[in-house]
Design a protein around this ligand. Structure first.
Ligand SMILES: [Zn+2]
Length: 146
C-alpha cells in the first residue's frame, strides 16, 4: 500500500488516498474513478511533498515559528547565563560532585562530551542538554582565560 497526498485541481482541496501501488493510482485516475471528496471532480493529482515548494502562506508560518523559537532560545540563553554559574569543561565533574553532595548544589552550565553526558544520565544526575540555539554564549571572561 502506498499513501499519496492528493489535491483537487478544481476546488484545491487537499486529501490523502491509499493505493495498492503507484500503477493502481494511475489506473484509477485514468478510469476517472478517483474523485475529489469535496466537489466530486475527477481532476485529482498527486501533491509534491517537499515543503520547500509549498506556497507563500506556509512560508509565513514557518518564518513566524522560526522567530518564536529564536525568541524562546534567547530567553533560555539569558535565563541560563544570568542564573547559572558557568563551569566550562568541568561541567560533568561539577554536576556529579553536586549530585553526590561533594560540593554545594547550585545551577550550573558548561560543556561536556556526548559520552560524558550519557554517563551522567545513566548515573541519575539531572543534567539536561541545551540544543545549540538555546545554549548561552560562552562568557567573555571565560574566553580570556583560554
Ligand atoms: Zn474538488
Amino acid at each position: 500500500m502506498v499513501k499519496y497526498a492528493l489535491a483537487c485541481d478544481t476546488c484545491e482541496t487537499h486529501f490523502e488516498g491509499w493505493f495498492s501501488s503507484s500503477d493502481a493510482f494511475d489506473a484509477q485516475k485514468e478510469a476517472g474513478e478517483l474523485t475529489c471528496p469535496q466537489c466530486g471532480a475527477s481532476s485529482v493529482s498527486k501533491r509534491i511533498m517537499a515543503p520547500a515548494v509549498s506556497g507563500t502562506k506556509k512560508q509565513e508560518i514557518s518564518k513566524e515559528n522560526r522567530a518564536r523559537v529564536a525568541q524562546m532560545a534567547k530567553a533560555v540563553r539569558e535565563h541560563v547565563s544570568s542564573t547559572h554559574e558557568y563551569v566550562g569543561e568541568n561541567f560533568a565533574d561539577t554536576a556529579r560532585a553536586m549530585y553526590y553532595g561533594e560540593t554545594e548544589s547550585r545551577p550550573v552550565w558548561g560543556q561536556t562530551s556526548l559520552e560524558e553526558a550519557k554517563t551522567l544520565v545513566d548515573e541519575g544526575v539531572p543534567a539536561l542538554p541545551l540544543p545549540g540555539p538555546f545554549a548561552p554564549e560562552k562568557p567573555v571572561d571565560q574566553k580570556k582565560l583560554n
